[in-house]
Design a protein around this ligand. Structure first.
Ligand SMILES: *Cc1c(COP(=O)(O)O)cnc(C)c1O
Length: 376
């Protein structure tokens, strides 16, 4: 069976986790700190703060921007449900807008009509690793004095053309960017997240809130030759990453350039070889990491039946990205605007297998199975 995704892990990650375990320091410590510095260098961000997941990263990002009860945050329904959930953790309301069908990303033209006096922020998503149109989103935010968070869960290593050069997602180009290190993403620490920003105060807030709101870090206490009593000025959380994860992440970062190169090769080969389906669109100013390769089935083709035929041919696939507004978890939100493009993307999208270890022979089987399933 050809899987949809498979993390690239080996002896190096196992040795790194072992090193952390045998050091005797297994919660957030020196490995996490080193991983943060390396992440900042990878993205070009002034600050990178490691946390337990992208979901907790988004929660802290929203809190640092002051998003609270009854505020509104403009975002997409067409995303993994964690995007909307993070807004709801703050007592705020996600206000969904539709996507551009070609890129699966928020339609910048629809943002302005969703702005109300209660709107505090825009939470845009680089869906499936394809950068969203920040150059169009940021001016709308500026006009209405809104903060912008990038849900970059899938976008590790993705790039946009910015001020005449290619830059990695996460500098960040908006106010804060949040990444996921779940195994379904491009590199992994099991679970894990990273928050980047250029704002020193927000970075300090992430560090305070991820560690129970504790005024003194355990590292500072550990290293001090004087007795220190900590205090708890705010209600915080336990959103820490552990040191074996941090050590593992550092090895994953070393693999990232090779992973990106191979993913881009496989995506290009799909685009060149597939017929009968619509391949994903990459704008000229964007370079995806191809966290997922999502094609559109032709009109009239039954999604479930197509996926079943692929499964019977030994090829695992997934349907298009979910729409949060269709889930019972969001049933108590005010009625959503019509979202034809989001719903159509969920119902006609199919994600094909793509992982760096994939062989050409495996990819050929996916391609021939797809053509057979379409013709059946
Ligand atoms: C995976 C994902 C998340 C959640 O990431 P976790 O690290 O699993 O919490 C959030 N947003 C998007 C767009 C995702 O794809």
């Amino acid at each position: 069976m050809i899987p949809v995704a498979r993390p690239l892990l080996g002896e190096e990650e196992a040795a790194a986790a072992r090193r952390a375990i045998l050091s005797g320091w297994v919660t957030q410590g020196p490995e996490v700190e080193a991983f943060e510095h390396e992440w900042a260098a990878m993205t070009g961000a002034p600050h990178a703060c490691a946390v337990s997941s992208c979901t907790t990263a988004l929660h802290l990002a929203l809190l640092a921007l002051g998003v609270g009860r009854d505020d509104e945050v403009i975002t997409v329904s067409h995303s993994f449900i964690a995007t909307a959930n993070a807004v709801r953790y703050c007592g705020a309301l996600p206000v969904f807008v539709d996507i551009e069908p070609a890129t699966f990303n928020i339609d910048p033209q629809l943002i302005e009509q969703a702005v109300t006096p209660r709107t505090k922020a825009i939470l845009c998503v680089h869906q499936l690793g394809m950068p969203c149109d920040l150059a169009a989103i940021l001016p709308v935010a500026k006009k209405h004095n809104l903060r912008v968070i990038e849900d970059a869960a899938c976008a590790i290593g993705s790039e946009i053309q910015w001020q005449g050069e290619w830059q990695r997602i996460g500098r960040p180009h908006a106010d804060i960017a949040c990444f996921s290190l779940h195994p379904r993403k491009v590199i992994t620490t099991g679970d894990g997240g990273m928050i980047t920003t250029a704002n020193t105060e927000w970075d300090a807030t992430f560090r305070l809130l991820r560690q129970h709101g504790m005024s003194v870090s355990d590292k500072a206490r550990h290293q001090s030759s004087k007795v220190i009593f900590e205090s708890y000025p705010v209600v915080g959380f336990n959103y820490r990453m552990t040191d074996p994860q941090g050590a593992m992440g550092r090895e994953q970062l070393k693999r990232l350039p090779g992973i990106l190169e191979r993913r881009r090769e496989i995506a290009a080969r799909y685009t060149a070889s597939l017929s009968g389906v619509t391949p994903p669109h990459q704008p000229a100013w964007a370079r995806s990491n191809w966290q997922s390769y999502c094609v559109r089935l032709p009109q009239g083709c039954d999604q479930a039946a197509f996926m079943q035929k692929m499964l019977e041919a030994g090829v695992s696939t997934r349907r298009g990205v979910m729409c949060s507004h269709r889930e019972a978890a969001c049933a108590d939100l005010p009625p959503a605007r019509p979202m034809p493009h989001s719903e159509q993307a969920q119902d006609t999208g199919v994600m094909l297998p793509l992982y760096p270890q994939m062989t050409d022979a495996e990819q050929d089987l996916v391609i021939s199975s797809l053509h057979q399933a379409l013709n059946a």
